[in-house]
Design a protein around this ligand. Structure first.
Ligand SMILES: *Cc1c(COP(=O)(O)O)cnc(C)c1O
Length: 379
């Protein structure tokens, strides 16, 4: 069925189609063309990272990260259970054992207070996910990582332009991964990026991204032949997609301010309603500037959520739930996950509902969503 007010709609700012046409006419439509380079440069300028590399998607940026860690079977990586499957899969593909961490009930981010109990001599990395673009407690995570000599890889798929203690999300870990999937703030359909903060990882990341060859160094004239030097795969997006993405980068102020006003409108009109209905709204700690990626409700029960989804559906509005606990998935159970391992995740994932949230959501349509919520009666 199609909804009058969908959950998501990809943004089309305007110049995307011109840039795509320009890219096609330029005759360079494979990876690392003009627009890809402009995207790299833009990310490096904005966030001050040592190197930014576009990838085919965030999943692949996570896979490059996992390869860069040289994980061996038996190595452990600490990851929240409440995340997208790729956050974990990338490390499982390298033979590592995921250790599922529970989340905090306020921000739904990895609960940093549990880390000391999860870190052991097999632990190699921590992968915080900045849920909804609100920063994890990076003070505690980074200091524990330093103390135990662990790598931190931020899954920053939600968090581009978010800050923690005034510092950009994606600049804390040795590596950070971004997504430009249709559902994210900035998109080119399918796309991603690897942000590299540890200079020592740059050269090998370029090699892994280029099928295990030193092609990037060859093009820079640093080696006189290009050859197979390491494991790798093909992680370069077409420059046609980078052209789409670059147009959205140019419009970043308008995209982020539009999303901020949508988020703030929900917050403003739902505050009182939420209190009356025992609904928890997103929590943004004072030391976090959020990235305005999503607006969610935590309802009192699964049963209320089901009734609310139907109530909105009857009014042509699509609201959706989010991650199911990964430790309880078929694969998670094969890896040893048990009910009760992550009680907060198990509870909250049943009660979370995401409201329509996208660049082109008009004020009138958003007010309809809000009125639909106001008219929801508890039985
Ligand atoms: C969207 C998302 C991904 C995967 O992104 P793709 O670009 O689709 O591979 C990974 N992690 C999180 C937290 C996400 O939200």
């Amino acid at each position: 069925m199609s909804y009058r007010i969908p959950f998501n709609k990809p943004a089309l700012i305007g110049p995307e189609l011109n840039y795509i046409a320009d890219s096609v006419r330029s005759g360079h439509i494979s990876g690392d063309g003009k627009y890809t380079k402009q995207c790299h440069q833009q990310l490096e300028i904005w966030f001050g990272v040592k190197k930014a590399l576009l990838t085919t998607n965030c999943t692949h940026a996570l896979e490059i990260s996992a390869i860069l860690l040289n994980l061996q079977p038996g190595d452990e990586v600490i990851i929240p259970s409440f995340t997208f499957v790729s956050t974990v899969n990338a490390f499982v593909l390298r033979g590592a054992k995921p250790v599922f961490a529970d989340i905090r009930p306020d921000t739904l981010n990895l609960d940093e207070t549990l880390l000391p109990g999860l870190i052991n001599e097999h632990t190699k990395a921590i992968v915080p996910v900045h849920y909804a673009g609100v920063g994890c407690n990076m003070d505690v995570i980074m200091s524990l990582a330093q103390q135990h000599n662990l790598r931190v890889i931020e899954d920053n798929a939600h968090g581009l332009f978010g800050k923690y203690n005034g510092q950009w999300l994606g600049t804390f870990g040795a590596l950070a991964t971004q997504s430009f999937h249709e559902t994210k703030n900035f998109s080119c359909g399918e796309g991603g990026a690897l942000l590299i903060n540890d200079e020592g990882l740059v050269e090998r990341a370029e090699i892994i991204r280029e099928k295990g060859t030193n092609r990037s160094r060859f093009f820079r004239g640093m080696v006189d032949k290009y050859t197979w030097v390491d494991i790798g795969s093909s992680y370069l997006p077409s420059d046609v997609l980078a052209a789409y993405l670059y147009a959205q980068f140019e419009a970043y102020e308008s995209i982020q301010s539009k999303r901020a006003s949508i988020w703030n409108r929900y917050r403003e009109h739902l505050g009182e309603w939420a209190e009356q209905h025992n609904v928890q709204l997103p929590v943004v700690p004072d030391n976090c500037e959020q990235a305005y990626h999503m607006f969610y409700l935590l309802l009192p029960s699964l049963e209320t959520r089901t009734r609310l989804i139907n109530h909105l559906k009857e009014r042509g509005i699509l609201a959706v739930f989010h991650y199911l606990p990964l430790h309880l998935s078929d694969m998670g159970r094969q890896l040893g996950g048990q009910p009760g391992d992550c009680p907060v995740t198990e509870d909250l994932s049943d009660r979370l509902l995401r409201l329509p949230f996208f660049y082109d959501l008009s004020e009138a349509d958003q007010m309809e969503v809000i009125h639909a919520l106001w008219s929801f009666e508890e039985d």
